[in-house]
Ligand binder design. Structure first.
Ligand code: GLC
Ligand code: GLC
Length: 816
């Protein structure tokens, strides 16, 4: 069952009814000012850091699920009837409803009793504000006397404190109302230099800034007293819960439309100019007034919205494909790329499942998010790499997370996730392949942000590999530390105390638990660094890295191979995990993926065997589960993984992030049908048809789909912020479609489903545009025989990088 449809032309997902199985959200903002917005206008906004600079308040895990948002109320002043044009929070009946989630904007339109209201929400590029453009139309044949009320609830900035520290916060709230603009200035009188404002393009009939006056005692957002009586109270908040609400009266002739613009924004004042007049307690509005006036004009809003569209044209224009599969096209061309950008911006901080207060930017996560983003904005990827690398420690180890506002490593979680440093090598390698910008390797970057400790980025990469080599266990495999990619495989934890954090507890010392995953990842990273070393003329060093990769490959084959698949790890006691020797958790997906990505087993049949085992034991119609059989009970020696009920999350859920590794591995062994089949099992657009089961948004990937051991097999959770986005993008574009940046040029080496006759693509690579046509006899499985580059035959599959600004025509011929 569907709750909407894709409008491919307009790059929108159109939701036809407000009661989707879960709130289906979208993101506003592209640079510094961001927000989430659901299909019923729920959500919140923040400046840069969702925890520390939260503009508006939102209560997670509410009932109804999604409450707190950018709400308008329309009131028919002749009858007193009122409703929310976004359905929530009043949830009154609507004659029509449509939500269009587009690229960084959302438009919600509805009608009731002949009054239509359509609101466009977006953040203009380069601004720290959001626009709500409401258009109210009288579709009746009589005049209508209407009231329009806006509402936001301000957050007192630090969202964590805001949600807990009531003994203070009920007394600190402050606002000012001047010239129809509501200013939220809690804590501005002391150490904050920033404030929020909420403005309206129309003259006001009234306003409210105190929540409980606006709502009335014992009332919720579904029946505000001000709206019910048709008049604001002009309340001024002193403490309690500051809100912003404008009341506008609209007299509309039959057929008339009125546009009302609301602007919610964030602004800072220079410390010396906080107050006007100086010495007073009055907010200095001189700098922000012109911004407000500018954005309240319809022509500014129209131009700002058009510029947002152009921003996305430019990003998405970097890669466009036309394949025989519509689900592939819309994900690659629009939604998957969009999700990659959002994930890059948000890391794991803000979604419907990530509260914005819990987690900083992940070292491992951010390096992987890059993979799906670097081709669109290499400059931002470069900065991200340098930020991440600056949190690395001189040992080569890494803080697991860092805070976006301070860019400092986060001590709450600390280090010791032994896969982390290797992701930096893979992130930098992806950047170099995409851009060819070797200067990044010479860029001085500090360790742990300590001034004076700067070394070239290349030295950071060396230490990343060294970190693994310095930490090998009894079998010669890398020590796992607190966890590897699988945060929940905590082999040194041994926790029997409720609430003890699995990742940062080590109740045993001298842990010798080892990870086959890190071993495979090391092989991959060492080969990548060898190629980078060669690029720098360091042939001796390159040879060392290749030798190290080969040696580790030998260790994997000797101690990491279980007979028909790669093992997962060795526990504290030296027992294998992911082995037929155990009765549960016999086979895990991660090492089958990463070892093959590193090239292990490609020349001796082990890779193909491992992939057969995945197909036989782990694949389900909804995707490939993380391991089998699921752990039926808590195993203290494994940590968090077995804390989940069977079929969920790391305990045999379909942890979607890992599936593309198998798609890539299948492509590497030449199995295009299987790779593409796995791709379609997860593709959200394919799963749209089963939305009542899948439940999450059909336009983005989710982190997890319940596995076959779960009673809710096929149900997705944790949509949007997941490495699934970047890795699926890499799997489909670089391996199945085979458009793969390499240090030496753009490789065109597709591994397609047999039935395809080929496909076409436009790829911008290092400033040149490649118009690519792949031809293949339908029904044949085969690899590229030769390329025609601007009509000239080229052997092999690599197109050398062309001069920026040029257009290169590439024909790839698969003979079958
Ligand atoms: C989450 C984390 C990621 C981790 C994965 C598996 O997605 O963000 O870092 O690799 O879970 O545990
Ligand atoms: C990852 C996992 C999740 C776990 C968390 C712990 O995000 O996906 O299952 O609870 O790490 O930090």
């Amino acid at each position: 069952m569907r709750y909407g449809h894709f409008d491919d032309e307009r790059r929108e997902y159109v939701i036809d009814r407000p009661d989707t199985p879960l709130p289906w959200i979208n993101y506003l903002g592209t640079e510094d000012y961001f927000g989430i917005v659901s299909n019923t206008a729920g959500g919140y906004s923040f400046y840069r850091d969702a925890r520390l600079r939260r503009l508006t308040r939102y209560r997670y895990n509410n009932a109804p699920f999604d409450l707190g948002g950018r709400y308008l109320y329309v009131r028919d002043d002749a009858t007193g009837d009122y409703w929310s044009p976004s359905w929530q929070p009043t949830r009154g009946s609507l004659d029509e409803y449509e939500c269009r989630h587009g690229l960084s904007y959302t438009r919600i339109a509805s009608a009731r009793n002949g009054i239509r209201a359509e609101t466009l929400y977006f953040v203009p590029v380069g601004e720290t504000l959001e626009v709500w453009r409401a258009r109210v139309t009288n579709e009746r044949d009589t005049a209508a006397e209407l009231s329009l009320f806006s509402s936001v609830e301000f957050c007192l900035w630090d969202a964590q404190d805001d949600a807990t520290n009531f003994q203070r916060n009920f007394s600190t709230g402050q606002v000012e109302v001047a010239d129809g603009v509501i200013y939220h200035k809690t804590e501005y009188r002391e150490r904050r230099d920033h404030f929020a404002y909420f403005a309206c393009s129309e003259p006001l009939a009234g306003f409210d800034t105190q929540r409980d006056t606006f709502l009335g005692a014992y009332r919720g957002w579904d029946e505000p007293a001000a709206v019910e009586r048709g008049a604001a109270f002009d309340s001024v908040a002193h403490g309690w819960a500051p809100i912003g609400s404008h009341h506008v009266r609209l007299a509309l002739a039959p057929g008339e439309t009125r546009e009302v613009i609301f602007v919610l924004g964030y602004a800072e004042n220079p410390r010396a100019e906080k107050f006007d007049p100086p010495g007073s307690e009055t907010l200095n509005k001189r700098h922000v007034r012109p911004v407000i006036e500018h954005w309240l004009r319809p022509e500014t809003v129209a131009a700002g919205f058009a510029a947002l569209g152009e921003y996305w044209d430019r990003l998405l224009g970097c890669l466009r494909v036309t394949t025989p599969d519509a689900d592939t096209d819309r994900m690659v061309n629009v939604w998957n790329a969009y999700q990659c950008v959002v994930t890059f911006n948000m890391s794991r901080s803000t979604s419907f499942y990530e509260s914005g207060i819990g987690r900083g930017m992940g070292f491992r996560d951010s390096n992987q998010d890059l993979l799906g983003f670097v081709h669109m904005t290499p400059g931002r990827a470069r900065q991200r790499i340098l930020d991440i690398a600056a949190t690395q420690m001189s040992t080569g180890g890494a803080y697991h997370q860092y805070q976006p506002l301070t860019k400092r490593g986060n001590n709450d979680i600390g280090d010791g996730f032994n896969d982390d440093p290797l992701w930096l090598v893979l992130g930098v390698s992806a950047y170099l392949k995409e851009t060819g910008d070797e200067t990044i390797l010479d860029q001085p970057v500090p360790f742990d942000n300590a001034p004076g400790s700067e070394e070239p980025l290349y030295e950071h990469l060396r230490r990343s590999l060294q970190y693994t080599q310095d930490r090998l266990g009894p079998h010669g495999l890398p020590l796992i530390g607190r966890a590897d990619w699988n945060d929940c495989l905590n082999l040194n934890c041994f926790s029997d105390t409720p609430g003890e954090p699995f990742q940062i507890t080590e109740n045993v010392s001298g842990g010798t638990a080892e990870s086959v995953f890190i071993a495979g990842q090391f092989v991959l990273a060492a080969k990548e660094l060898a190629a980078i070393a060669e690029l720098r003329g360091l042939d001796g060093e390159a040879a060392e890295y290749r030798a190290a990769a080969e040696k580790m490959t030998g260790v994997i084959i000797e101690h990491g191979w279980d007979g028909a698949w790669f093992r997962r790890a060795y526990d504290f006691h030296g027992r294998p995990i992911g082995s037929s020797e155990d009765d549960e958790g016999q086979i895990f997906i991660e090492p089958q993926g990463i070892c093959v990505l590193g090239g292990v087993g490609l020349d001796d049949g082990l890779a193909a065997q491992a992939l057969r085992s995945v197909a036989e034991r782990l694949a389900t119609p909804h995707g490939i589960v993380l391991q089998q059989p699921a752990y039926s009970s808590y195993r203290i020696e494994l940590g968090e993984i077995s804390s989940y009920p069977p079929g969920y999350k790391e305990n045999a859920g379909i942890f979607c992030h890992t599936n593309p590794w198998i798609m890539i591995a299948e492509a590497m062994v030449g199995n295009g049908d299987r790779a593409f089949d796995y791709y379609r099992r997860l593709n959200p657009s394919v799963r749209e048809a089963i939305s009542e089961l899948h439940r999450c948004e059909p336009y983005v990937y989710a982190q997890m789909i319940a596995g076959r051991d779960a009673p809710t097999h096929g149900e997705a959770k944790n949509s949007w912020l997941t490495g699934t986005a970047a890795w699926n993008f890499v799997a489909i574009t670089q391996w199945i479609l085979g458009l793969r940046p390499e240090l030496t040029g753009l490789r065109v080496d597709p591994v397609l489903p047999a039935s395809w006759p080929g496909f076409q693509a436009t790829r911008v690579f290092r400033g040149a545009t490649y118009e690519i046509t792949v031809r293949k006899p339908a029904g044949a499985a085969g690899r590229v025989a030769y390329l025609l580059v601007d009509g000239e035959r080229v052997d092999g599959t690599t197109v050398p990088a062309a001069a920026a600004g040029t257009v290169v025509r590439v024909e790839a011929v698969i003979e079958g």
